[in-house]
Ligand binder design. Structure first.
Ligand SMILES: O=C[C@H](O)[C@H](O)[C@H](O)COP(=O)(O)O
Length: 220
């Protein structure tokens, strides 16, 4: 928890008055949103765009002003977590099921600061099964086509029911083992009809902040 908090709070130091800020999703970003809430209370003036209903609710509770993504043309800085970060800053995201909105928000952002604890830093992606969001219609066929790319797929189940994303879709978690060519895999998965998007984020991060259990951070 300490490692997540220190990384997330460091990222908030980059937020300035007047910025539009993207709020990521997850247990690491939680700390960034908390810190932003404190700063807003002390007079920081920002508008935020949330990447999930959870983050939106948290921002509302903390009094962080929210703006609709439809009302803006760009976001200055987005702070978000990741499930894995490799040496080239390719990411696996979507452990919390928010990958689609996160990717849309990231694509609007001038800067994407990724905040992680030390366990997320890897040489090669793939230990964490890759989340893929797919529409419900014909999902069994879509899932089979994804597995033909060389992975074991599992429909995400939460509370004995298929997990539903904020966009009303399913998630399939795909174990590919080591992912040697993330960019090619990203394209191949997204070519399959029925796939909405996958959790590979290819070189969109502009900064990675890693937090350690002893409270230290490495700001890359
Ligand atoms: O869908 C969720 C997101 O991509 C999260 O940013 C990612 O799963 C990391 O979450 P956490 O900080 O809770 O490990």
């Amino acid at each position: 928890m300490e490692s997540k908090r220190v990384a997330a709070e460091k990222a908030v130091e980059y937020i300035r008055d007047g910025m539009v800020v993207g709020l990521g999703t997850g247990s690491t970003t939680y700390w960034a949103i908390q810190k932003l809430g404190q700063k807003v209370k002390s007079g920081l003036s920002i508008n935020a765009v949330a990447t999930s209903i959870n983050s939106e609710n948290l921002a509302k509770e903390l009094g962080i002003p929210l703006i609709s993504i439809s009302k803006i043309e760009e976001i200055d800085i987005t702070i978000d977590g990741a499930d894995e970060v490799d040496d080239e800053w390719n990411l696996i995201k979507g452990g919390g099921g928010a990958l689609l909105r996160e990717k849309i928000v990231a694509s609007f952002s001038n800067e994407l600061i990724i905040v992680v604890d030390e366990s997320k830093k890897v040489n090669r992606l793939g230990k964490f099964p890759l989340p893929v969001e797919l529409v419900k219609f014909g999902y069994e066929v879509t899932q089979k086509k994804i597995s033909k790319l060389g992975c074991v797929t599992k429909l995400r189940i939460v509370d004995n029911k298929p997990f539903i994303t904020d966009n009303g879709n399913y998630i399939v978690d795909c174990d590919f083992g080591n992912i040697d060519h993330p960019k090619d895999l990203h394209t191949a998965i997204n070519m399959i009809p029925g796939v909405v998007d996958n959790g590979l984020f290819i070189k969109i991060a502009t900064k990675v902040i890693v937090g350690y259990q002893d409270g230290s951070i490495v700001d890359l």
